[in-house]
Design a binder for this molecule. Sequence first.
Ligand code: GLC
Length: 409
Amino acid sequence: MERPALELAARDILLGNLRRGTAEWNGQEYSFVVPSLTGYPFQWFWDSCFHAIALIHIDCNQAKAELDTLMSAALPNGFIPHIIFWESEKRDYFLSKNLVARVNPNFSSTIQPPILAYAVERVYQATGDEAFRERSLPVLVNYYRWLKENRDPDKDGLLSIIQPEESGIDCSPKYDEILKLTDLSNQGFIEALNRIYSSYELIRSDELSMLNADVFHVEDVLVNSIYALSLQSLARLLGDTDESLNTLNDASKTMESLVNKCWDVDTEAFLDLNGLQEIPNRTVTISSLMPIILPDLSPYIVKRLVEKWIMSEDHFWLPYPLPSVPASNSKFIPGDPHGFIWRGPSWINTNWFITKGLKLHGYQELADDISAKSLACIQQSGFREYYNPYTGEGLGAKNFGWSTLILDM
Ligand code: GLC
């Protein structure tokens, strides 16, 4: 597919999934792209950031509107929810099928990978719009301050998540053990989630108590790689200020902890730390490769990630890479997961991250190969939620928003 045709097709998805209006519950105007009109008809945090990045290639004003809408959902304490139910009339039906942690009925009380400052920086670079940068900065500063103060209890620079949806890769097999998952199905996963939700029932608005409860306390590699990347963006957006220097120090601290605490010399991959005891989680998934997006990673580590994992046909190098779980994992499911997602198929957003990282570290050809194979999936089946890594067959939601990230690969 030539670039103009691809842009037209992506425009159809992004503008087709656009929702504009005024929310009944808070009187605020919204203008954003839903991940999917049928399956996910609200605003999701990291999806929105991906939509804004794809929109840079199509409609910069809409890219700004997307992020402005997301940031308008920030609470006074800085927190930004991972789902915002702008169109509340659709909420009850969605909640009858999905579990969402809430303190307020209109938005979730949990986070998603904090890629917002990176997305704001990309939109600012594309538009040069100072007013956009200036109105975003206080929201960003408060948001990253909230994360630091509420989600890093041991102050090692690594954020902890309190339930699997917070990483965006909900049912990844890397969480099976901590979730005590025995029934390996979407139903089993929902039951495990219910157990966590019950443990938090009386302490839902108290972040520290939830972390101390140690029922699902994960210093997650994917979340923290995105956190460090975004803190670097925030530092640049802040310009020549003390706040910028502090933010850069925070980014370095996270980066150092990823290397010092999560890099495992035997596995040659980055491992999550589980629980207050920080037990390394030995299940390698796409998340274990994510620090490759960080500019300061040592060439040696990058080389090991590339040679041992990414380019290995036993692990991630399948006909349509990169699967969310290496083929060597006994729980790897390449085909239709029936809702039990992130356990095999390849996703465009993680390919977007990994190709960015590969290019940054000089592996341009490999990155181009992954981008070409991602495009082949889209040509074959359209913009789907995820793809079978052996056949490229599209799976999950149709007309899926963030697969338009191909425009940025
Ligand atoms: C699924 C994904 C999550 C995404 C959401 C909306 O829950 O696991 O990452 O944000 O769908 O697309």
